[in-house]
Write a protein that binds this ligand. Sequence first.
Ligand SMILES: Cc1cc2nc3c(=O)[nH]c(=O)nc-3n(C[C@H](O)[C@H](O)[C@H](O)COP(=O)(O)OP(=O)(O)OC[C@H]3O[C@@H](n4cnc5c(N)ncnc54)[C@H](O)[C@@H]3O)c2cc1C
Length: 444
Amino acid sequence: MIRIPCCIIGDGITGVSMSFELAKNNIDSIVLQGPKVIEKDSAFLNNMSTFQSGILQSFKYKPGDFSTREFLKDGTPKVADYLFHLQSSRTKLNSINDEISDFISSEEGVLNIPKKYFENTLKEKLSILNFDKYSKPLDEDIAKGLCGRFYRDDGSIYINIPDTTFDLDAIVQLLKKEILNTKDPKPGKTIFIPSQTTDINIKKQEGQYLIRKDGQAYLAETLVLAAGFNNDKILKLVDETYEDSSTSLGFVLSLTPNVKNLNFKAPFFTRVSAGETFSTCKHIYGINAHEYVLISNIPNNDIDFNNSYKKNTYTELKNIHDKDCSLKRDSIVSRIAPYFIDGDKIKNSSFSFCIHTSGNRKYEPNYNFQIEENLFNIQPGLATNCFHLVEKTCNKIKSRLTTKNIVKEDISKLTELALSNHKDIKNTTVHSLKQRAWYKTYFQ
Ligand SMILES: Cc1cc2nc3c(=O)[nH]c(=O)nc-3n(C[C@H](O)[C@H](O)[C@H](O)COP(=O)(O)OP(=O)(O)OC[C@H]3O[C@@H](n4cnc5c(N)ncnc54)[C@H](O)[C@@H]3O)c2cc1C
């Protein structure tokens, strides 16, 4: 049996940034990686890879939400705090690794919104958040230049929004690279253990967690669940009575070749108006004729599974919600096609249905976080939330650990384990869009 200060289950953005934070604080950890067979359950491998930073999502809150008791409850940050965390995530990311900034767009997105809605609500929210510089609508010429054919001369207004795109998959890979960097090693060690199967057995033992995986036993002082969609199932393995209050949401997406002369300059464009809501991103990997745009329903049109995901697998949920997908697909196609010269191409595009878990309040970053003193269930809802959550988790772990490091002999055993089946490590390389599970499913 190998004794470890912290075991992290899951190697998405949450698991990887958790191990990074621990290593910085001289705490050793192991990360049990997801086996290839569950690639499809992973939010970061399943979706579009070019993301919005998430600030836009919080505009769906009503201005009154900023002062309600709900948001002031113990342990629940105010929305303004939440936005602050989103903004500071970008700064944190940039400081981790020089290359990371190449994968975060430096430009801001564009929002097209009916004048009335802007005047009545959005302006107020922007000023509460001290985003006053975004309260001035863009000049017509600038808006036209940024939006290309997405510009509509219909009296609505165009504003920049404090939101941008980033490549989540690339960032996960660069974080791993930084953690494993031998030239400038972190004070703590992280060992990524590849898995062959999903089988895992966890028991509480004298206030710690005894984890059996692929024939190896680990005794962990702290356990962090970072397996996204699968967290709930793992939580139940630890103790049947633990309740996960998260929900799961579905998105409909299409990656479409950027058909002729789109002239779309903004990293992403969101249109919010009655009956016409969608969001589109320039895909980071495409250039000129090969450029892709990614189209999706916007966040407040997600499909909410009402916790049914706790009983179903990812694949079952996808099947159950196929009809929602085709309904949304048709409406997205009819709204988006007029923007393209070759609109018919969009009609023939494959649309994908993706799922990710979120908070009990949509996009709230802080829920179900500490189940026991030494058991953490982290589902950030948005990737951008996880930097704030892992910092918080690390502080809690730091304050209670009795041993921060793994003994030398066990490090050698773990290294062997890590290397013995490393071919099974999910291979998501920074530059290959085609590696992604989502792309494979729909384009090959
Ligand atoms: C279509 C779509 C669009 C999105 N858009 C945005 C956006 O614009 N902005 C934003 O900030 N966020 C966005 N998100 C949310 C974002 O993807 C997630 O919040 C984020 O990826 C969650 O990270 P995670 O590491 O917690 O979980 P995941 O990305 O799901 O990673 C979990 C990892 O755990 C592994 N795993 C699973 N089960 C096990 C197991 N039993 N043992 C070991 N390992 C296991 C998986 O293989 C995976 O690698 C979007 C999500 C989707 C699906």
